[in-house]
Design a protein around this ligand. Sequence first.
Ligand SMILES: [Zn+2]
Length: 150
Amino acid sequence: MTYDSNREWRIVLFPPYALIVFMLMTLVPALIVGLVWSANAGYILMLLTPIYYLNYETFHLCCHVHDNWFVRHCPLVNTIRRHHAAHHSQPIMMERNMNLTYPVADWYMGTSDLDRGLLGHLFNGYSNRYVKKEFLEDQGRELYESVKPA
Ligand SMILES: [Zn+2]
């Protein structure tokens, strides 16, 4: 789960050109929004792409670093860290905890391993208290090695 050498950066992070590719993919929708709605809406859409992408990369990196004070205590980061660690568990990885920034879609689609409301999903932290019973045994070795739930 945690990266241990510089070669593993390539697994955790997208290649540097990915940001440019995502921005190019946003260009046409932003132009359409800019023409149909307003230029500012188009600019905001273009701005949101790198913001969301860098948010994703930062959170994913925080999920794969060794446990430290920041990732353990920073709200939202600690939540996504447990969420993603559980996702890396082989028995549930294809159907649970797909979100890697804020687990809103997992909450809405019912694909989370937690049984609690939206705010509870966002601010769950490392807690296993609300993990659905059927997934308690599928939290994975990686979770206990990197997250060590309270
Ligand atoms: Zn990952």
